[in-house]
Structure formats: C-alpha cells, structure tokens
Design a protein around this ligand. Structure first.
Ligand code: ZN
Ligand code: ZN
Ligand code: ZN
Length: 348
C-alpha cells in the first residue's frame, strides 16, 4: 500500500476479504467492510447478526458490529479517516461504492486488486497444498466416471452425480458441473439439461468446486462406445495441444505464449477457428483469477502461479472437445496438479 500510495484498503464481498481474514462477507444489502488503514489497526465492520460468524483475530483486526439503525457508511468513513486514496474491493456493490464516495468526498478511489492481485497470484506452500488436495479429489471422480454408465442417463443426472461426489470427497461446495453431450458440447459452458445420452455420443464433463477455501477445476472427455475416426483424430490434436501448452508453461514465459502454443497446434490441424476461448485462467480462492493465459497478456509466469490449461475444439451441431488440468509454475518446470487419465474414455 505504501508503494502504491494507498492510505486505506476497503474490502467487502469478493475473495480478497476471505483471503486476508478467513471471513467471507454475506452478499447482503447490509454492508460488511474491512477497513484496513496503511498505518493503523484494521477493523471489520459487520452487521450485528453476522458478527457471531466472524473469528476475530485481535493481532490482525477487530470486529465492529453495527446495529440495524446505525449508519455503516458513516462508520466506515470515520474509520478510514482523512484518506487521500482508498483502494476498494473490485466486487463491492455499486450502491456502497457510491454512498462511500459521497461520504468521503476528498478521497480518490482505486481498485483493491492493485494491492491484493500481486499477493494472491503467487501461491504459498499452504495454498498449493490446498489446490493439490482439491485437484486430487476431482481426479478421483474423473477416474471413477470411466467405469460409470452414460447411455440412457440425462446430462442432468450425470451433473447431479458429479456435484454429489465433489461434496462427498471433501469439497465445501460444488461451483459448477458442466455435462455436455453430443451437439451440446459445441457450446463450451452448456447448461446440463434433460437430453438423454445415447450410443455414439461424445460427452464433455467439466467440473469443480471449493475445498479448504481453494478451487478445483477439471475437464475430461467420454464417448459412448468406440469413437469414429473424426472424433479420435480431433481429440489427438487436442491432447497434443494441451501437452505442448503445459510444457511451454515455464517460469519466465509470457502467459500469451502459452496460449499461442496451444493455438498453433490446433491451427496447424485446421481447427483454428474452432478454438473459441482463451487457453486458461488462474485459480486459487476463486475459480477464475489472474493470471489469464490469453493473447495480449505479456505477464511472465512466476513460481507459484497456478492456472488451468484447457484448449478446446468445438464443431457446431456435432460435438465439442476440451481437456483441462490445473498446472503450477515452479522453478523445476510446470507441474500438473491433476493426474486423472487424459485419454478419451470409452464408456457404456
Ligand atoms: Zn470455462
Ligand atoms: Zn473447467
Ligand atoms: Zn477452467
């Protein structure tokens, strides 16, 4: 904050607050806000009825509950003092931002991610351990799905199975479980529905959740019965693209170069216009966070960066393919945190 000329950090809903305090703000009309001055003690302003859920850490912050008839905006403004520059959480609701700007008319507002981004992007040993544990849990699910029947079940049924399994294997919550069969797979974020999976269908399963506050995210591909050569050939291209992109993800390599590597392999095979999204996203306390592996992001990878590598090939009206692992950049080279088999699983 000193380097950036920021006098006070103001954090509400979003991942920065639990990252620093272990407490996640309720997304409520009642304001929760950590007021963290650069040179003074921090206070967590929280609605009285939520205070019992906060674990106070007096060495880090005190809890300042407010009653239903209090003015929490005024309280935050008082605690912030005569700050020249405040950095406010990127996901703070506009109603609170606008009220705070009115209550702190001489303060310049910037985004809290300027302060928290460089901290959160590098995972320490405990964070890596949590990401690894979450990855292991979804690996176990992805592996077990290879022995499960798909034909005759709906996408929604498989979706529920994935959600249940994530919770059984230690996730606090399931964040998503995309099941896209046949032509539905051509839409990368397809909402699982009542389509019944049938012989010959290619099925994309992309699922993840939160475990010990850190996220998992994996995509594996299944096919009901032996795939035809078109599916097999396209999938071989995808596996190659993903492998080469993982190998390219060394410390010092710009994020956009990892994206370009996957795109080159897919483009050379003639599917360039069918790879319709970036190659990957960072992952941590949020399922999608910095760094993004996308053209235009020249940020060099550093040890402790954790991100997905998930190229895809989407053929409208036919099928879609994606293969996704979480990868950690280390001084010893890129390390995949997911280890479930990556071949196209032939299922019943
Ligand atoms: Zn996605
Ligand atoms: Zn995913
Ligand atoms: Zn992902």
């Amino acid at each position: 904050m000193g380097e950036l000329g920021i006098d006070v950090l103001l954090l509400s809903v979003g991942a920065d607050l639990p990252y620093l305090t272990g407490y996640e703000a309720m997304p409520l009309e009642r304001l929760t806000m950590l007021v963290l001055p650069r040179d003074d003690d921090a206070a967590l302003v929280v609605p009285r009825l939520e205070a019992a859920r906060v674990q106070e850490r007096p060495e880090a912050f005190t809890v300042r509950p407010w009653e239903e008839t209090d003015d929490p905006i005024g309280l935050v403004a008082r605690l912030a003092g005569p700050a020249g520059t405040a950095a406010i959480g990127d996901q703070t609701w506009a109603r609170f931002v606008l009220d705070l700007q009115a209550a702190m008319p001489t303060t310049r507002f910037r985004k809290a991610s300027e302060v928290t981004g460089p901290l959160r992007i590098v995972k320490d040993a405990a964070e890596v351990a949590a990401l690894r544990a979450a990855a292991r849990a979804v690996d176990e699910i992805a592996s077990a799905m290879r022995d499960r029947p798909f034909a005759g079940r709906t996408e929604a049924e498989i979706h529920r199975e994935l959600v249940d399994r994530m919770l059984e294997l230690g996730h606090e919550r399931a964040n998503f479980a995309i099941v896209a069969s046949g032509a539905n797979g051509a839409s990368p974020h397809h909402e699982p529905g009542e389509r019944t999976i049938a012989a010959g269908d290619v099925v994309l399963c992309d699922f993840g959740g939160t475990m010990r506050s850190y996220c998992s995210d994996i995509t594996r591909m299944f096919v009901v019965g032996e795939p035809d050569s078109e599916v097999r050939d396209a999938y071989a291209v995808l596996v190659d693209a993903q492998e080469q992109a993982v190998r390219a993800a060394t410390v010092g390599t710009p994020c956009e170069e990892v994206d370009a590597t996957a795109r080159r392999v897919i483009g050379d095979a003639g599917f360039g216009d069918r790879f319709i999204h970036r190659t990957g996203h960072g992952i941590g306390i949020e399922a999608h966070e910095d760094p993004y592996l996308v053209a235009g992001n020249a940020l060099p990878l550093a040890p402790g960066h954790a991100f997905s590598i998930e190229p895809g090939i989407y053929l409208p009206d036919r099928f879609g393919l994606r293969l996704e692992d979480i990868v950690l950049a280390t001084d010893e080279g890129p390390e995949r945190l997911n280890e479930a088999p990556r071949d196209l699983a032939v299922v019943d």
